[in-house]
Design a protein around this ligand. Structure first.
Ligand code: UDP
Ligand code: MG
Length: 333
């Protein structure tokens, strides 16, 4: 007989977090015990190369009734890890959390109490965000862009500590999209969303797993996954540029007859040309972003490969979205 469904599942992706895991365990479990509700923690090891797996195994042995560990066969990225966690989570509510303690686990209660009030999506807004200035700057810009060109309405897109009701989790599990951005997707599925302010600290230890490159990739996922405005914008720019070019040609033709041959402003011409060549290359690249995503999607490869799942005897669950059947792209970041 499987145990009754817990009230809360906490899903945590783990990638090379040996330095933070002991402290995470020491803070997370007491915080959840203090809530006085039934819970489980679902850790997804995203192909860590350090001692993270050993630490997760240890913790599983310590608290088998409250712990489930999904082990990936390689590094498939944070969002794939969270998706896997969601499909193994059984709770009526699911809270996702980063392993690095940037979001205090003590605040999970706040999210749960909002879910108790009937909200099906609890977004978070980081108070006094503790990240490098360039990340804050870029993320403010991306937030604004996303707000303008996608239907996604979330104040702070970056923070992964969020709460979802079962209905939203089921919808997420049915999503067969690969390069996705979970909080944005969930906010679209939610019928009754709400946002709460949440504390934010510096990474407890170790380094951010995101380089500038992977941050750019992630933001492309967010924009291209939820909007085709960039493509339409290029058609618009194309039309505008052709119109201006046509007008210029007519003017030059008339001047040719009125003033005779002119050859000034050669370097201006270069500058203008290079600008448009750059723009055209960017346009092709942008098109490539969409095409690449379509390509990844049609290949129908599994989104991730699971090596093993550690769960207590009699507590085995069938994932809501079977990993092997899931469509997906295998990208190591
Ligand atoms: N993570 C992951 N796979 C990756 C990169 C990160 O599972 O390829 C996890 C990581 O262990 C952490 C969370 O995702 O729990 C967020 O990563 P990080 O704190 O490095 O990102 P940042 O806070 O800098 O955005
Ligand atoms: Mg972090």
């Amino acid at each position: 007989m499987p145990r009754p469904v817990p009230k809360l599942s906490v899903v945590i992706p783990v990638y090379n977090e040996e330095q933070v895991l002991p402290t995470l365990f020491a803070r997370l479990y007491p915080a959840l015990d203090a809530l006085g509700i039934s819970y489980e923690c679902v850790f997804v090891n995203d192909g860590s190369k350090d001692r993270s797996v050993a630490l997760l195994r240890q913790q599983f042995q310590r608290r088998p009734q409250h712990t489930r560990v999904v082990l990936f066969h390689a590094n498939f990225g944070q969002h794939s890890a969270v998706m896997a966690g969601l499909s193994y989570a059984r709770g009526e509510y699911v809270v996702t959390l980063d392993a690095d303690l940037q979001n205090p686990p003590e605040e999970i209660g706040k999210i749960v109490s909002m879910l108790d009030q009937g909200y099906d999506y609890v977004g978070t807004i980081r108070q006094q965000r503790q990240d490098y200035w360039w990340r804050r700057f870029l993320s403010a810009g991306m937030n604004r862009l996303r707000e303008r060109i996608t239907p996604v309405r979330i104040t702070d897109q970056g923070c992964m500590m969020r709460g979802y009701a079962r209905s939203v989790v089921t919808a997420l599990n049915q999503t067969r999209e690969i390069n996705t951005f979970i909080p944005a997707l969930a906010s679209l599925y939610a019928m009754n969303p709400v946002e709460v302010p949440i504390g934010h600290e510096e990474r407890y230890a170790g380094q951010s797993k995101y380089s500038l490159y992977s941050l750019i990739r992630l933001n492309f996922d967010l924009i291209t996954g939820f909007s085709v405005v960039p493509l339409q914008l290029f058609s618009m720019i194309g039309m505008a540029v052709s119109t201006i070019a046509a007008l210029m040609m007519i003017t030059l033709l008339i001047r040719r007859f009125l003033v005779g041959p002119e050859a000034e402003g050669l370097f201006t011409l270069f500058a203008v040309m290079f600008f448009f060549i750059g723009l055209a290359l960017f346009g092709i690249g942008l098109l490539g972003e969409y095409v690449g995503r379509i390509y990844a999607q049609v290949r129908e490869r599994p989104r991730y490969i699971i090596e093993a799942v550690l769960e207590a005897d009699g507590d085995e669950v069938a994932p809501e979205a079977p990993a092997a059947a899931a469509i997906g792209l295998v990208t190591a970041q």
